[in-house]
Write a protein that binds this ligand. Structure first.
Ligand code: SF4
Length: 265
């Protein structure tokens, strides 16, 4: 199967799964929490805080955090958050269930400080009109605790789920274990099984990023969401993939998947 056909099917799947009126895709949070992180016109800092929190914990905990902070602070205006004491941050984060709660007590107030100092309290200036995708990712990287994965993820969400128009160069794919596994099984990226070197994982992640640029140069990050969604829903890591339920089945070579280990085969 030509690689172009696999990529175009992957992109079609991604487009079909997006319901833009629902805002951020792939999160399962209560309505109040969803409304807050989706209200990027009034509360753009809610989106930024959720992105910073979205690591090493369930994404639903991260995307619920702004709402939990609002409840504790009795408001979510920028100045309200800027006035929160360390004890208030500690209290709300300690009960959030976030695995990195202690680190977030440092990172989230620091993010509010950065938005205040650098953007005058208006986080939407991070993705100001006329910005390139690469510039917005670079601005996210200026936040303490944000690495390349979160930086690219944030910009890809802004474009994909909020329809924010950015110019080229567009953001890279957010390198993630689910995305990597799906790329390998789809035959879009050769495995590096031959190497026992400790650097293999890092090298493979870099190869994934470069491969996405090669396959979809106009917006490498466009491949991020559909691959991640497949990986979390059907193309499992710890158990057999559900190939018969997966929309990529007709074109997928299922590289590295033993035929007897497929659910439903
Ligand atoms: S067909 Fe199977 S191996 Fe291929 S992407 Fe779907 S779940 Fe993964």
């Amino acid at each position: 199967m030509p690689v172009e056909d696999i990529v175009s099917r992957l992109k079609r799947f991604g487009e079909g799964e997006i319901k833009r009126e629902d805002g951020v895709s792939g999160i399962d949070v209560e309505d109040d929490a969803r409304l807050l992180v989706n209200d990027i016109e009034r509360y753009p800092h809610a989106f930024v805080l959720a992105c910073i929190a979205d690591r090493q914990t369930k994404s639903d905990i991260a995307w619920s955090l702004p709402h939990a902070i609002r409840e504790a602070a009795s408001g979510f205006e920028f100045d309200t958050l800027r006035g929160l004491s360390e004890d208030q941050w500690t209290s709300v984060l300690a009960s959030s269930g976030h695995r990195l709660a202690t680190e977030m007590v440092r990172l989230l107030p620091a993010a509010i400080g950065h938005i205040g100092d650098r953007y005058g309290g208006d986080a939407s200036r991070i993705w100001a009109n006329g910005s390139s995708g690469a510039a917005v990712a670079r601005r996210f990287l200026a936040f303490d605790g944000v690495g390349p994965k979160i930086g690219n993820m944030a910009v890809n969400i802004l474009i994909r789920d909020f329809g924010i128009r950015l110019t080229r160069p567009m953001p890279d794919i957010a390198v993630d274990t689910h995305v990597l596994r799906v790329f390998e099984r789809l035959g879009l990226l050769g495995r590096l099984d031959h190497s026992q070197l400790r650097s293999t994982q890092g090298k493979q992640q870099l190869r994934l990023q470069l491969r996405a640029r090669e396959l979809n140069p106009e917006w490498p990050g466009e491949l991020d969401w559909p691959a991640w969604h497949l990986g979390t829903k059907w193309c499992h890591a710890g158990r057999a993939p559900e190939c018969d339920a997966c929309c990529m089945r007709p074109v997928c070579p299922r590289d590295g998947v033993a035929s007897q280990s497929t659910v439903g085969s």
